[in-house]
Design a protein around this ligand. Structure first.
Ligand code: SF4
Length: 386
């Protein structure tokens, strides 16, 4: 029986950052009781899934991931009871990786100790940048001076698996600032690092500012240089670059990330969560109140549940495989591997350095990852012609 991962989307944030397109609600906009009831509703939603599909709990639970939103705004005691309940519900789960996304300002010594007691064994900390001027522009609630304290508090509480999230390509960010962020992040000795270029998503204040000229996107070449400089620096510091945006010390890859990018089974709970079980995909609609009401009436809300076409499955499979350092192997999919190889051979003169053949796998290099969307589109065109 396949292992399973659980993803819990916690949509609460103290303040909505102007660049963020994740589903979230500001805490001041909802009654405190809604936040306090959240974990109970998630537990009820989980039980409804188990009633509909009892085989779920026969699986080994490999990972639990509290993402958001800002899961560190929850009460650790409630989360702890839920984690204990989940572990006792599954046939095998004692060693599950249990990650909590946390903002630095929430990681006081007392809260870190509580999170550790709650069964969280991995923290993913939203650091974003080591320049106060950018933290202010991003409207983050922490400043640089609390980042080191947050990491020290987590270590003192016994966390031996810490990940830091960084952002690059911020409005008028310089290469020096980016290098300084990387250097200071590494100085804190995290076990795992992720970095993402700022994206101007539609329906966000940053997107509007881009449209009206109040903000300017960083030059594309500089963005690419920043990405490659980050890759080179982290590799030199002993991190393995195992996925486009993720780097890990040996043995510290994120189980949740790996499951996600290898299209492993994940059951998503909470409004805005996505599920992937075998050939089934769905998401929970992004609406806190209707989600609560539906679960209260023993109903599971699912959106986009229609089965994927073969073409969609191919696209998804290529998209996820080519983000990973393992790429797409012949053993994994002869058809996709052949299409990728055909693309590679047809464009050999132009794509040297962007992709390579590694044993029985075809994979992209770091430069290739910069243009992975275009490469995947080309390979998909070849597949459609077959
Ligand atoms: S704290 Fe995170 S999830 Fe919340 S608005 Fe900011 S970026 Fe989005």
């Amino acid at each position: 029986m396949n292992d399973l991962g659980l993803y819990i989307h916690v949509p609460f944030c103290k303040h909505a950052c102007p660049y963020c397109d994740f589903y979230k609600v500001e805490l001041r906009a909802i009654p405190a009781a809604t936040r306090l009831a959240f974990i109970d509703v998630v537990q009820q939603e989980f039980l409804l899934h188990v009633t509909a599909n009892p085989g779920l709990v026969e699986r080994r639970l490999e990972s639990i991931y509290f993402g958001g939103g800002t899961p560190s705004t929850l009460k650790p005691e409630q989360v702890g009871d839920f984690v204990t309940f989940l572990k006792s519900s599954f046939a095998g789960a004692p060693t599950a990786e249990v990650t909590l996304e946390a903002n630095p300002e929430n990681l006081t010594p007392a809260r870190c100790a509580k999170w550790r007691r709650a069964g969280i064994n991995r923290l993913s900390i939203g650091v974003q940048t080591f320049a106060d001027r950018h933290l202010e522009r991003l409207e983050r609630l922490h400043r640089v001076d609390v980042i080191g304290e947050a990491v020290a508090n987590a270590r003192a509480a016994g966390f031996d698996n810490l990940s830091l999230d960084l952002m690059f390509a911020l409005p008028d960010q310089t290469m020096e600032e980016w290098r300084e962020s990387l250097r200071r992040a590494v100085e804190l000795q995290p076990d795992h690092l992720s970095f993402y270029g700022l994206t101007y998503h539609e329906h966000t204040p940053f997107f509007d500012d881009l449209q009206n000229g109040a903000l300017h996107e960083l030059d594309e070449d500089l963005q690419a240089e920043m990405y490659l400089a980050g890759c080179e620096y982290l590799r030199a510091q002993g991190f393995e670059h195992y996925e486009i945006s993720n780097f890990a010390k040996p043995g510290k890859r994120s189980h949740h990330n790996q499951r996600y990018w290898s299209r492993g089974d994940v059951l998503g709970l909470g409004p805005g969560a996505h599920s992937n079980l075998g050939a089934q995909r769905w998401s929970v609609p992004e609406e806190l109140e209707s989600w609560q009401e539906a679960v209260g009436e023993n109903m599971l809300l699912k959106a986009g549940e229609e089965p994927l076409t073969r073409q969609q499955q191919d696209g998804e499979r290529l998209f996820t495989a080519l983000r990973r350092v393992e790429g797409i192997s012949r053993t994994e999919s002869k058809r996709l591997h052949e299409a990728a190889m055909a693309w590679y051979q047809a464009n050999a003169d132009d794509v040297a350095g962007y992709a390579l053949v590694d044993g029985d796998a075809f994979r992209l290099t770091e430069i290739g990852w910069l243009v992975s969307d275009a490469i995947i589109r080309d390979v998909m065109k070849l597949l459609r012609r077959k």
